[in-house]
Write a protein of this length. Structure first.
Length: 534
């Protein structure tokens, strides 16, 4: 068995990764392209997608630290390979670098933001012996750029990590957002006016800067977030996974009793599916992938409690969200530029934050098909929606029993037992929720979200020749087509399935197909009857 490699779980320092022998997927061919073309850049990517490591790598390049990019053996005897840029014609000149890091998750007050900006400027002023004459960050930034250029004879490199972290956590507090905007506009305004003193600028964040209205004066910033050439700049492409990390998949499969192909498919279903341009190159979530390889367990790592809490807070300020209304839907590109704080639609922030991704592009109409990137995000998002509804209505029903019932059902095909478990769950839905939602749609949305959160392979409104079935559930033991009715006989729902031939498209699957009609009663606020046939 091959030696297990060191995986950089939580490590965002390029120097540490290289010196301590951690795995590094070489992105320096793309870095070389950026720095030789010389534009000020902006890149949007979801959280935990390698943006901070990219910033750290850029810093090492511009500080002229060629030794970190060449082949060498670490103190522990780990061989680190030569990276692309080390064998390129890059001249390895040393530039003064100013780096702002706003990625800390504990920035909650505007005073803390002010302190961070002030301390960053102070550190560079002290490093280069510059005495500020005013407190204003704008004047200090201008002074830094000019004096560093004069002292070193080299123009300055400015790197900004997670510029929007504070604002995203402040959404809903208009005054705090307004104050934060003014701070960023003040300190980063000189990046255009002082261009003569600037060698390179790179800004990262989750949201596009046009949505935040911060860099309106920086119209020379090139947004490469959806450029095909830079689609793989952050994250791990499928090509990189299957070539540079082939042995890692083998070892993970051995630890889990799976073949290479089986383990690869599990990783693909769980962590793949991100696309950042119309080319739709497959990108894996690096945070989850590295954690899985390190722990030797495929699990949901990206969707932790912090993610859930932030998402629920965001959803609470927006119109009601239903998975069936955002999954596999087409949108014009203009939707990506809507201001976040308008709260008219969750689409922009769901896309920029990584909950939705590009699945297809209609070149004729310029529309993007968006959906969940993978199983990890789909299940996690459904969990958040369930928690959101639970927090509002106080659903007094444990999902644990239902989850166990679903697992048994997926293996045994005991539909009756599973529907009884569903009835038990719905009996815990508070009457005020169902009272205010007297229609089939409410139960359809709740059932759909619930089953996704259980990990079910389920689709809503899956089209066939004559229409769309309400829900289609796939398990190991069979395919189940559900049609829901509200205060109408279950037999009527079953008749609709047969009349419109919903089951026909699944006959070649090989698994038995079961048609299920379910009636929800306004009086009982639950499943009152159901009927099934093969």
């Amino acid at each position: 068995m091959a030696r297990k490699r060191k995986y950089p779980v939580g490590v965002q320092s390029f120097e540490k990764i290289r010196k301590e022998g951690f795995l590094y997927i070489d992105k320096t061919h793309l870095i070389y392209k950026m720095i030789t073309e010389g534009c000020p850049y902006f890149l949007s990517r979801p959280r935990r997608f390698g943006k901070s490591l990219l910033i750290s790598t850029l810093q090492a390049v511009f500080e002229g630290r060629r030794e970190l990019f060449e082949a060498f053996t670490t103190e522990d005897g780990i061989e680190q390979p030569e990276l692309f840029i080390a064998r390129s014609d890059w001249r390895w000149e040393k530039y003064p670098v100013i780096r702002f890091d706003f990625s800390a998750g504990d920035l909650v007050d505007i005073e803390q933001l002010d302190t961070l900006i002030d301390s960053t400027l102070s550190n560079y002023e002290q490093k280069y012996g510059i005495k500020p004459t005013v407190k204003d960050a704008n004047i200090r930034m201008i002074n830094l750029l000019r004096q560093l250029h004069e002292q070193t004879g080299k123009r300055v490199v400015v790197l900004v990590d997670e510029y929007d972290n504070f604002i995203l956590h402040a959404l809903g507090d208009s005054e705090k957002v307004k104050l934060a905007r003014s701070r960023f506009q003040n300190v980063f305004g000189p990046l255009k006016s002082e261009d003569d003193h600037l060698q390179f600028a790179f800004i990262t964040g989750i949201s596009k800067f046009s949505q935040m209205g911060i860099f309106s004066k920086l119209n020379n910033l090139q947004n490469i977030s959806m450029f095909p050439a830079y689609e793989t700049l952050c994250g791990i492409s499928e090509e990189e996974l299957t070539t540079q990390m082939h042995e890692d998949i083998v070892m993970l499969g051995e630890a889990n009793g799976l073949t290479y192909d089986e383990q690869f498919m599990e990783l693909r279903q769980m962590y793949d599916g991100y696309h950042f341009s119309e080319v739709t190159t497959d990108i894996y979530n690096p945070f989850s992938l590295v954690n899985a390889l390190n722990s030797q367990k495929v699990y949901s790592y990206w969707f932790d409690r912090g993610t859930s809490g932030a998402l629920i807070k965001m959803l609470a300020q927006m119109p009601p969200v239903e998975i069936s209304e955002i999954e596999n839907r087409s949108y014009p590109s203009t939707m990506f530029d809507l201001p976040f704080e308008s709260f008219d639609t969750p689409l922009p922030i769901l896309y920029q934050s990584g909950y939705l991704t590009i699945k297809d592009y209609d070149r004729e109409f310029g529309d993007y098909l968006l959906s969940f990137p993978n199983k990890e995000v789909r299940i996690g998002f459904a969990e958040c929606l369930y928690s959101h509804v639970n927090a509002i209505g106080g659903i007094d029903t444990s999902k644990r029993d239902l989850f166990q019932a679903y697992k048994r059902f997926s293996l045994t095909a005991n539909l009756e037992e599973f529907i009884e478990a569903l009835k038990t769950f719905f009996s815990g839905v508070p009457h005020q929720l169902s009272r205010d939602n007297k229609n089939e749609h409410f139960y359809h949305a709740l059932l759909y979200t619930l089953l996704i959160s259980l990990g079910a392979d389920i689709n809503a409104e899956e089209p066939s020749a004559k229409g769309c079935a309400d829900l289609t559930l796939r398990t190991r033991s069979g395919i189940y087509i559900f049609e829901l009715k509200y205060d109408h006989p279950a037999a009527e729902a079953l008749e609709q399935i047969n009349k419109k031939g919903y089951a026909g498209k699944y006959r070649m699957d090989g698994r038995p197909v079961t048609k299920v009609g379910i009636c929800f009663s306004s009086e009982e606020r639950n499943i009152s009857e159901w009927v099934a046939e093969n």
